[in-house]
Design a protein around this ligand. Sequence first.
Ligand code: PMP
Length: 450
Amino acid sequence: MIARDRLHELMAREVADFAARNPLSEKAFGAAEHLFGRVPMTWMNKRAGAFPLYLDSARGARVTDIDGHTYRDFALGDTAAMAGHSPRATVEAVQRRFAELGGATAMLPTEDAEWVGAELTRRFGVSRWSFSLTATDANRWAIRIVRAVTGRPKILVNSYCYHGSVDESLIVTTPDGEGAAREGNVGAPCDVTLTSRVAEFNDLEGLERQLAHGDVAAVLMEPALTNIGIVLPEPGYLEGVRELTRRYGTLLINDETHTFSVGPGGATKAWGLDPDLLVIGKAIGGGIPAGAYAMSAELADRTLRRDDLDLVDMGGVGGTMAGNALSVAAMRATLESVLTDDAFTHMIDLATTYTAGIRATIERHDLPWSVTQLGARSEYRFSATPPRNGTESHEVHDEELDDYLHLFLANRGILLTPFHNMALMSPETTADDVQAHLDLFGEAVATLAG
Ligand code: PMP
């Protein structure tokens, strides 16, 4: 076990080193008086040191801060940069569209969009696509569609899921198996149990109990949880979800925004899943804002036949800049030339090496920790066996340990995603990057173990 006194002492040392190493970031943060919380977006205050690192530049799997330190980046913008920072093919496509041709905000379709729709269909198997600029919006619009076509009011999600700032998803299970608002929800529009139901991941009985009410339009889920640590589906679980949703007339939405790490067609393709709708965002734009949702042809036709639904103006679906020519050009280049089948093979190989290395360190020190791989991403958790659901994973969260490991690594040139101990591989991540991380992780653990 980790002695807390020792952890606090080591942490104080890392906090001091972080401040000493990064005077320009500290100064920039101190000067940011006109920003809410001193940062451009409040999440940037999720950090282990006293201030965030300020970005200077980034390319591939490297980030350089304004104090001149270059990091091996395993955070990759919490998946938004899974294609690597500013991949060349995407940069060229964006440059061509924005600088040479112009017209990012013309609100007219480009032929690239059909190419992207066809490629996403080939990869994920769901066939009618519409674009957004974020995965959050893609989820919101998918939710509106499923409510409209089923006439049912509620969305079911897994406890401790994350699908963006989607009101319906901020619900957790209570000990009696029902739902309650997730702690910290900022300004909920109404009691979340009016709009949502919730079940634990890997719990088919709990799911069936909720679906049996007959008021659930859709289950919105990640095929593996990724936002409360990684929680993998147990054998038969995803098949059970599909069977139950069909039995109770509920649609199934796979949110592949993070599980895209499983392969070129996400978990949906790799695991042979058959959702009615699919959502994706972040990485597909190669760094340019892009998101998408898709539905089956049958569902699309059914929706389009409804003349009471305003899909072309202010009916609640779509946005002024969604599907814009720049975003679509970026998706095309990223899918065509960056996040290719070969790239995934490389990324997944690296994550496999990474995971084996972490496991070896955990075993060497006999720590009650576990590590879980999900294609090109891998994450360790402070429990001896991998958590089976969101609540279990939430319960083993250890902020002090997280912060210490993040800061230890950052002070030595490695970035992990700030929200948890997740490492993601990009096409430009190297075996040397992985080894550098493993060496430092081993050193951090040895230091902790005393
Ligand atoms: N879905 C999933 C599974 C996510 O992990 C996230 C973000 N972490 C989102 C949706 C929302 O993405 P965005 O913040 O880009 O809207």
